[in-house]
Design a protein around this ligand. Structure first.
Ligand SMILES: Nc1ncnc2c1ncn2[C@@H]1O[C@H](COP(=O)(O)OP(=O)(O)O)[C@@H](O)[C@H]1O
Ligand SMILES: [Mg+2]
Length: 479
């Protein structure tokens, strides 16, 4: 089998999803409703091509040249080096009104001829046609449209250019499946959420005779770039590592955990709001930093982290950000980011920053984010498998109000994590105290004791076994 050369799209992660890029000299389709990002991606493709010195041609039927320049400028891009061609559709329509008696194909074939002629004359090797919807509007019926598509396709194929056709997914669209006429097709979608910002996602529908990453991949259009977040396939990532263990540095805690948290395992910290989950998670993150490793702390719950800023301040080893060197704090607004984008951020911290531990605080906020996508457990499972393959420790903070209920989220997550540490309030002699226990540790032994748990100025303390009648009450009261 001959392997077709691949052509970069100008968006590196899209090339990764395409396992190399577009098919050289072939015709591709990018389809999606208005506003899904077709023009933006088409533009990005030609800007990259022009930068490489490739002859680049943008055929615009839907927007004027001025509008295209304005869109490019809004992204901080320039269309210099790209040939713009705007065939006069208005003229064609006038022509149509005056010549009802002409053979029905005339005006449309005139337009198709003008486009193909321009491709041939310009000698362009990279072409975008924006969009096929305007061509379809000129067609009398689907047979007519189909004939013209085949003519256009044949002439483009002879021109040896790598082409992207853009198409609006309007109701009429299914009269003729443009998808079947092209070598490669990508569908863009914009999905709404009941709460927060919608998100964009795309899927490779086909790439004839070539490999690509199937499934949906979230993406974002930012001011200066298009970001694609390839969906995570855990088994494609693996690292050789010797699992060590990460001690918290808090004697009582290391006692009941039965040592440290083992590299490549996942730990869920559960408990009601305000009991100290963030402080406990931060203790492990800072422990990694203390031994010279890096920790990625994803704050999805702003209030929690601000509360602990004093603990971070007292830790020392500060860099210019005012945070301990090696503690990489990323604040994320869950209502503004898609699940795919979030997982991509976690991957970057692992692959680019080489962190030893990833903390997600809290998973409740993340749940709000992906609940509608209803694939939370699958996605988390994939993420944990990935982190395990990479030898990275995952610490997940999850709030719950009552006793752990594993039939419901987020408690259901505790089933797929290796370790579970539970924090709770308990009442003793008219005082609301806190307690800690290890409910599960998959690799190795742990204590089954319930111990006193205290929040102190620079972190946590784990005291004696909780015993309402025991002598510990006296020490606690002395605190
Ligand atoms: N400068 C920009 N920064 C961020 N997003 C932008 C910018 N310009 C346009 N967009 C977004 O890109 C989308 C438009 O994409 P576009 O490529 O024109 O879609 P289509 O061609 O599919 O109709 C809009 O949803 C808009 O919000
Ligand atoms: Mg457009």
């Amino acid at each position: 089998m001959t392997v077709t050369k691949r052509i970069p799209t100008g968006i590196p992660e899209l090339d990764a999803v395409l396992r190399g890029g577009l098919l050289d000299g072939r015709i591709h389709l990018i389809e999606g409703r208005p506003g899904t990002g077709k023009t933006t991606i088409g533009m990005r493709f030609l800007i990259a091509a022009a930068a490489e010195g490739q002859g680049s041609l943008y055929v615009t039927l839907s927007e004027t040249e001025e509008e295209l320049h304005a869109t490019a400028a809004s992204h901080g891009w320039s269309l210099d080096g790209i040939r713009l061609f705007a065939p006069d559709l208005l003229e064609a329509q006038e022509f149509h009104e005056q010549t009802i008696m002409l053979p029905s194909d005339a005006e449309l074939s005139q337009l198709v001829d003008a486009i193909a002629g321009e491709v041939e004359r310009s000698g362009a090797t990279r072409v975008v046609i924006d969009s096929m919807a305007e061509i379809r509007l000129l067609a009398h019926d689907s047979a007519h449209y189909r004939r013209q598509i085949i003519t256009l396709r044949n002439r483009l194929a002879r021109a040896n250019a790598t082409v992207i056709l853009l198409d609006d997914l309007t109701a009429m669209n299914h009269a003729f499946e443009l998808q079947s006429a092209v070598h490669g097709a990508i569908t863009l979608e914009q999905r709404d959420r009941p709460y927060g910002a919608g998100y964009r996602t795309l899927k490779i529908v086909k790439l004839r005779g070539a490999d690509y990453q199937s499934g949906w991949h979230d993406f974002a259009i930012e001011r200066d770039e298009v970001l694609i977040f390839p969906s995570l396939i855990a088994e494609e990532h693996r690292r050789d590592y010797q699992p060590g263990e990460l001690l918290s540095g808090v004697a009582g805690l290391d006692d009941i955990v039965g040592g440290g948290i083992i590299d490549g395992t996942s730990t869920m910290i559960v408990g009601p709001a305000g009991v100290g989950k963030t402080t406990l998670a931060l203790q492990y993150a800072l422990a990694a930093v203390r031994v010279g490793d890096k920790a990625a702390y994803f704050v999805l719950d702003e209030a929690e982290m601000t509360l602990r800023s004093r603990m971070i301040a007292r830790f020392g080893i500060h860099d210019e950000t005012g945070e301990p060197r090696g503690l990489l704090i990323t604040r994320i607004n869950p209502s503004r980011i898609s699940a795919g984008a979030f997982i991509w951020r976690v991957r970057r911290s692992v692959e680019d920053d080489g962190v030893r531990i990833v903390v997600i605080d809290s998973i409740n906020s993340y749940l709000d984010l992906v609940r509608e996508e209803s694939t939370l457990l699958l996605q988390m499972n994939e993420l944990f498998s990935y982190l395990a393959n990479m030898g990275v420790i995952a610490v997940i903070v999850g709030a719950h109000s009552a006793a752990l209920d594993t039939t419901r989220e987020p408690d259901a997550l505790s089933i797929i994590t290796d370790n579970v540490i539970a924090l709770r309030f308990h009442e003793a002699h008219g005082i609301m105290d806190k307690a800690i226990s290890v409910m599960k540790k998959r690799h190795g032994r742990h204590s089954h004791e319930v111990r006193e748990f205290r929040l102190v100025e620079d972190g946590i303390e784990v005291g004696n076994r909780v015993d309402d009648a025991g002598p510990d009450n006296a020490t606690r009261l002395a605190h």
